[in-house]
Structure formats: structure tokens, C-alpha cells
Design a binder for this molecule. Structure first.
Ligand code: ADP
Ligand code: K
Ligand code: MG
Length: 412
């Protein structure tokens, strides 16, 4: 089987897959109105594997290169009073999104067949195919009215895809015994591409609906301290809920630093790193009074090229034997029972309520926090590094490049 999966373009596969009927147990399609028709037509139709592997329009789009923009291009793109900038932005997305999604579909197809057939992974694969067709079949955008309709579709798709990371995490958990490197590369690419697509889509939506102090999704003077404070509060509440106690946070360094930046990726990375530090601190100091627990110290450093956030905890450090594996997707020191509690209890609902813009996930358990944060940081032209002082605690360095255009930056 896995031989079949790898050689997806060979005629051997085409003959083989036609005989296999695939039926995801869960369909992840959303029930929002305009994609509802698609869903009604498609629901419960058993899929032949050819549906996933042989689609010419997807192959054609996957053969095209992606056009990536620097944040500075977006920041200085300029505004036209007649809305021409909105039209240009939608037209760029209309060309670009099907290509990016087709590349990801190609990624799903190259997974070993046994992994690709996991029902949860297959459902995400199908969600991408559905998104491809919805975007690719949208009529050419020629007016601001078309652009507004297109935005409606984008909004629905963002919503339909909001739990993709959670689904991938649970799908790959069932495939843990397979090739670590291959899964790691697939997830790095899928998750960073998803981040890029979401940044582009959110940018387009926020151009139409602009907030003060913003150009689309770029906050022209983002205060790092405010973003950190928001997520420290969030993690404190989560810890109270999970442990009945919470660690304290102390900010130092360039606490007044403010500069143009995109908050969206920080809203993923920071809660993950802070949850890890809080969990380690609380579990390591299980028997001391909350006021005697050593605080988690966060230091901000800002300079012309980049900014660095260091999170230092005194949670005992990462044991020598785990230092290399903590960066693997799905590696967690949570027990399976803990996973069950967190993922199926009323808990995730509480998290969603606390943060309706995105789900910041349970306290721990998926083993996705560190590898996803590192992939995002690298995608953003930075990095994530850990220093464990076994017996004392852990220092995590998150380094991110500025987007103001003074120096080279990443491309979205
Ligand atoms: P999860 O939190 O879901 O387990 P992560 O990828 O965030 O997944 O972390 C993986 C593992 O790394 C954790 O289960 C924990 O054992 C270890 N770890 C991460 N951060 C720290 C830290 N600050 N101190 C001690 N151990 C840590
Ligand atoms: K991990
Ligand atoms: Mg974690």
C-alpha cells in the first residue's frame, strides 16, 4: 500500500485506487449557506480514491508557482479612494489561492497511502479539495461588488477550516509509528502554508473593514507588551481552570517596544509557549504556596533587524532524554487519559468562549505547541530555540524579523 501511495502519478496507482472506496467517517464540511449547496450534493457520497488523486484542474493549478509578497509590499501598497486597491487585492487572491491550495492537495497525495487513508486526515484532504473548487469556480472579479461577494466566500472558508490544526493533530496521533521526518516535513509545510493563506485572507477582509492604526492585518504600532499581557491573562485563567492555581508572569526588557507587525501568528505562538512554561512551573512546584512559586520571567529585546522574546521558567527543565523529541509533532508528556479529558470534556468549549477569534487549544496534550511554533517562527524569518537547565528550568527564545522593509524580510 505505501508503495502505491508514494507513486501517485504512476498509472499503477490509477488502476489500483479505482478499486478502493474511501469513506471518511467524519465529514468536516461546514454548514454555512453558500457552500451548503456543495455540501448537500456531496454529502454521504462514497468517494472513489480517484476523487482524491485524479483531478485535472487541481493538477494544472499545482503546476503553477506561488507568488509570495513581503509584508512591506502590503504595508506600502497604498490606498485608492475609489477602492481600486481592494479590487487589486481580491484579484491577486483569486489567482493565488487556488494555486496554494493545489500545492497542499499535492502534499496530501504524496503521504504514504496508509496515512492518507486515515479518516480524519482524509477529511482534511477533502476540505482542501472542496475549498479549491469553490475558489477556482468563483467568477472573475471585475468590480467592488464581486470583491465583496468573494469576501463572503473567504469568510466562510476561514470558518470551515478553523479546526484543521486540531484535526491534523488527532489524525497524525493515530499514525505516530510512521516516518517521523516525513510527517514533520508534511506538517511544517501544511501548517505554514495555512498560516500564509489565512494571513492573506484576513488581510483582504480587514482592508474592506479597516481598524484604526492598521493597514489590513498589519498593526502599524503593535505593542509587544499588550499582546503578551493578553496571553499571560489567558494562560492564568486556563491554569486556574486546569490546576486550581496559576503561575505569575513578570515582564522586563524593552517593555515599551512598539512597531509595525502582524499579530495573528503571535496569537498562536505565545499562548503555546506560555502554556508550556505555566504547566512546567505548576507541576514542578506542586507543593509550594502559589505566592512562593517562582514567576515566569519574560524579556523583550528589540533592535533594527528583529525582536526577541525570551520566556524563562523555573519548571525544572526538559529532561535530557526529551530535549530532542519535544520538537516532534505529537510528542507530549501528557498521558493518554489526560488527552481524553481535555479533548472531549467541556473544557475546549470554555477555551473557545474565552477566545472566539481562534481556539488556543487545551493546556497541553497534542504535542503540537513547540513544533508548530517553530515552523511558524521560521516561516516568519525567525526561529525558536530552547535551552534546558535540567534541575532548574527552561529558557525559550522566540526570534522574529521586523516587517517594516528596512531589512530583508520573509514573504507571506
Ligand atoms: P504539549 O504541550 O501538547 O505536550 P508541546 O509541543 O507544547 O506539546 O511540548 C512538548 C513537550 O515538551 C511537553 O509535553 C513537555 O514535556 C515538554 N516541554 C515543553 N515546554 C516545556 C517547559 N517550558 N518546561 C519543561 N518541559 C517542557
Ligand atoms: K511536541
Ligand atoms: Mg504545549
Amino acid at each position: 500500500w505505501s508503495g502505491v501511495g508514494r507513486g501517485h502519478s504512476s498509472t499503477g496507482l490509477k488502476q489500483n485506487v479505482k478499486r478502493v472506496r474511501l469513506m471518511p467517517t467524519k465529514r468536516l464540511v461546514s454548514s454555512t449557506p453558500s457552500i451548503h449547496r456543495h455540501q448537500r450534493e456531496e454529502r454521504n457520497r462514497p468517494r472513489s480514491a480517484a476523487f482524491y488523486y485524479n483531478q485535472k484542474t487541481i493538477d494544472d493549478a499545482a503546476a503553477k508557482p506561488s507568488v509570495r509578497l513581503t509584508p512591506a509590499t502590503i504595508l506600502y501598497a497604498g490606498k485608492n479612494s475609489d477602492g481600486a486597491h481592494l479590487l487589486r487585492s481580491s484579484q491577486y487572491l483569486q489567482r493565488e489561492l487556488p494555486v496554494r491550495i493545489a500545492h497542499r492537495i499535492a502534499g496530501f497525495r504524496t503521504l504514504p497511502f496508509v496515512i492518507g487513508c486515515n479518516p480524519t486526515i482524509l477529511s482534511v484532504h477533502e476540505l482542501y479539495i472542496q475549498a479549491f473548487h469553490i475558489l477556482n469556480e468563483f467568477p472573475e472579479i471585475q468590480s467592488l461588488e464581486d470583491s465583496r461577494k468573494y469576501n463572503g466566500i473567504l469568510r466562510e472558508l476561514l470558518d470551515a477550516h478553523k479546526d484543521v490544526v486540531t484535526h491534523l493533530a488527532s489524525g497524525f496521533r493515530e499514525c505516530r509509528r510512521y516516518d517521523e521526518d516525513l510527517i514533520g516535513q508534511f506538517l511544517d509545510r501544511t501548517l505554514t502554508s495555512r498560516l500564509g493563506i489565512r494571513m492573506l485572507a484576513m488581510h483582504q477582509l480587514s482592508l474592506h473593514d479597516e481598524q484604526p492604526n492598521h493597514v489590513g492585518i498589519i498593526n502599524i504600532s503593535m505593542k509587544v507588551k499588550d499582546v503578551l499581557t493578553k496571553w499571560c491573562d489567558f494562560v492564568s485563567h486556563l491554569s486556574q481552570y486546569k490546576y486550581g492555581r496559576s503561575a505569575t508572569f513578570k515582564l522586563s526588557g524593552h517593555i515599551n517596544a512598539a512597531f509595525p507587525y502582524i499579530q495573528l501568528p503571535l496569537d498562536y505562538i505565545l499562548p503555546e509557549l506560555l502554556k508550556n512554561a505555566a504547566r512546567a512551573t505548576i507541576e514542578y512546584h506542586g507543593d509550594v504556596l502559589p505566592e512562593d512559586m517562582p514567576p515566569i520571567t519574560i524579556t523583550i529585546a528589540n533592535n533594527d533587524v528583529d525582536f526577541i522574546i525570551r520566556i524563562s521558567d523555573r519548571g525544572g527543565g526538559i529532561p535530557h532524554g526529551n530535549v530532542n523529541t519535544v520538537m516532534h509533532y505529537n510528542f507530549s508528556t501528557a498521558t493518554d487519559e489526560e488527552n481524553m479529558d481535555d479533548h472531549h470534556g467541556g473544557f475546549s468549549g470554555m477555551v473557545e468562549a474565552a477566545n472566539s477569534a481562534q481556539t488556543a487549544g487545551p493546556m497541553y496534550g497534542f504535542g503540537f505547541g513547540l513544533p508548530t511554533s517553530r515552523a511558524y517562527a521560521e516561516y516568519l524569518g525567525g526561529g525558536l530555540h530552547l535551552q534546558s537547565m535540567q534541575g532548574i528550568g527552561t529558557d525559550v527564545y522566540l526570534r522574529l524579523r521586523h516587517v517594516d522593509g528596512k531589512f530583508d524580510s520573509f514573504r507571506i
